[in-house]
Ligand binder design. Structure first.
Ligand SMILES: Cc1cc2nc3c(=O)[nH]c(=O)nc-3n(C[C@H](O)[C@H](O)[C@H](O)COP(=O)(O)OP(=O)(O)OC[C@H]3O[C@@H](n4cnc5c(N)ncnc54)[C@H](O)[C@@H]3O)c2cc1C
Length: 477
């Protein structure tokens, strides 16, 4: 522990000087779990996925109980300190880190308790997706989580959360039964559809704006443990056929079948024949979690002559981690995405033209199929909205070190501009960049934004939780 005054970033900018006594008091109240630079565990605690993020906190607390969280929230509020919350650290904008301020690193709260009889999972806010999938799959159960198992449950869920099971069961937040949360007044509250229902509504998509979640409770569904899934890949000269088949299939496919499209330059991966390395390819990421996958996948097989066909029966947990290596921690990333109501011919032409201009081997263009259960909820059933979205599409620039960042950013921006006319007008808040202005956040919530502002004014009128895609509290009436 330091013996001199520690300077931290203030909530409204500027600096706050903390005495050693004040820090000792915080350290005592959080059970000795206060870290400063150089302490053991510091480097992991402040590491985030996107190397574009150049932010470091002055202080980290690693809570293991809701009381530790409440003590940290009180400390930040009373001293007017910039505060952030880190789940899995995968937010592209680096919102896990309060630059110069206090970051709560929730990684110590990573329990998963599966209540098989009630078909519920009680999940700590420091869990990664893989923690939940592994624990629930032991009982042949699953909830809706994303495509990369190293992502944090907390950030993914609070922004909405989609993955291979979304077509069957809706957004991750449509499967959220309850949360325990510490709000800005340091109260530990339960929120569900009956209790603090307005807060629960806002948490179902409104991100980290309303407090620090200390427990998520998800509804579970029978899934797997074996599914049929994997990657199938063609040369990009087949792209028109592949995209037409994808459009036709996804318009009528049963909800047990989810397919995503990926267009990229083939990396020198051992499972890709060498003559294809460095050449443009188009792939389908397939997951079929129902009966008779071969019947439903017949249109995919009918395309014929793939370069790679890895679609096979396999454990659901393997499917969930299949993409882990493709976007590793420590590369630089720049993404732009939109929600789509359909795959029009105009969109597919613009998407492919943009995708084929990809400048470097790590970057990719994607279309996720999300139409299904979530479209049947009312648009204001949870803040997440976007109930008119049937696909999510985007361009993901990725590079290592100085590997042509400018070229990747320009590519993403140009390609994204060309597909914007086909958007529903909404975009996924969890894919927004630090540079995105507040207009983009308003767009992601559509008609739900003003209600979010009112809930924010009730639970966080001082905007303590602002290191996020921020929702400004509604002005007092
Ligand atoms: C490689 C990759 C793949 C992805 N795939 C998908 C996908 O398939 N589906 C999908 O829906 N999204 C996906 N995403 C987006 C992902 O949902 C967001 O990046 C999300 O923010 C990650 O959550 P995290 O906990 O890791 O983030 P963090 O960076 O740790 O946190 C992000 C924000 O969440 C909030 N937060 C975190 N923990 C808490 C808490 N306990 N209480 C209150 N607020 C909290 C805070 O505001 C924080 O700033 C992907 C992202 C990456 C990088």
């Amino acid at each position: 522990m330091t013996t001199t005054t520690t300077v931290v970033a203030g909530l409204e900018g500027g600096r706050v000087d903390l005495t050693p006594e004040q820090l000792s008091e915080l350290d005592r109240r959080v059970g000795g779990r206060l870290l400063t630079a150089g302490d053991e565990g510091w480097a992991d605690a402040v590491l985030v996925w996107n190397a574009m993020v150049a932010k470091t906190p002055a202080l980290v607390v690693q809570p293991t109980t809701a009381d530790h969280v409440a003590a940290s929230v009180t400390f930040a509020r009373e001293h007017h300190i910039l505060l952030s919350v880190k789940g899995g650290g995968h937010n592209i904008a680096g919102t896990a880190i309060a630059d110069g301020g206090l970051t709560l690193d929730m990684s110590g709260m990573h329990d998963v308790i599966v209540d098989v009889a009630a078909r519920l999972a009680h999940v700590g806010p420091g869990c990664l997706l893989q923690d939940v999938d592994r624990a629930t799959q032991e009982h042949g159960l699953a909830t809706v989580l994303g495509f990369v198992s190293e992502v944090g449950v907390a950030g993914l869920t609070l922004g909405g959360g989609f993955g291979y099971l979304m077509r069957r069961f809706g957004w991750a937040v449509d499967n959220l039964a309850e949360v325990e949360i510490v709000t800005a007044d340091a109260e530990i509250r339960i929120a569900n559809r009956q209790q603090n229902a307005d807060l629960f509504w806002a948490l179902r998509g409104g991100g980290g704006n309303f407090g620090v979640v200390t427990r998520f409770t998800f509804r579970l569904h029978p899934v797997g443990p074996m599914i049929t899934g994997g990657l199938i890949l063609w040369g990009a000269e087949r792209a028109d056929d592949v995209l037409a088949a994808y459009r036709d299939l996804t318009e009528t496919a049963p909800r047990e079948l989810t397919i995503a499209i990926v267009v990229r330059i083939a990396p020198p991966a051992p499972f890709i024949p060498e003559e294809w390395h460095g050449r443009p390819v188009i792939g389908m990421l397939v997951c079929h979690s129902g009966a008779d996958p071969e019947r439903d996948l017949a249109p995919v097989r009918a395309l014929g002559n793939p370069i790679v066909d890895m679609i096979a029966e396999k454990p659901y947990v393997d499917q969930q981690s299949m993409m882990d290596g493709t976007e590793p921690k420590g590369h630089s990333y720049y993404w732009k995405t939109e929600h789509l109501p359909a795959l029009s011919a105009g969109f597919l032409d613009a998407f492919l033209a943009g995708a084929l201009k990809v400048p470097t081997v790590c970057s990719e263009s994607v279309i996720f199929h999300v139409g299904g259960a979530q479209n049947e909820f009312d648009d204001d059933d949870g803040a997440v909205g976007n109930r008119d979205s049937r696909y999510i599409t985007g361009f993901a620039g990725a590079w290592v070190g100085e590997d042509r960042p400018g070229e990747n950013v320009a590519w993403v921006r140009d390609a994204w501009e060309s597909i914007r006319p086909f958007s529903t007008g909404g975009n996924y808040v969890n894919f927004q960049l630090a540079e995105d202005d507040s207009r983009r956040t308003v767009e992601s919530y559509g008609g739900n934004y003003e209600r979010l502002q009112r809930v924010k004014a009730e639970y966080d009128p001082g905007n303590l939780f602002r290191v996020n895609r921020n929702i400004r509290p509604a002005p007092a009436s």
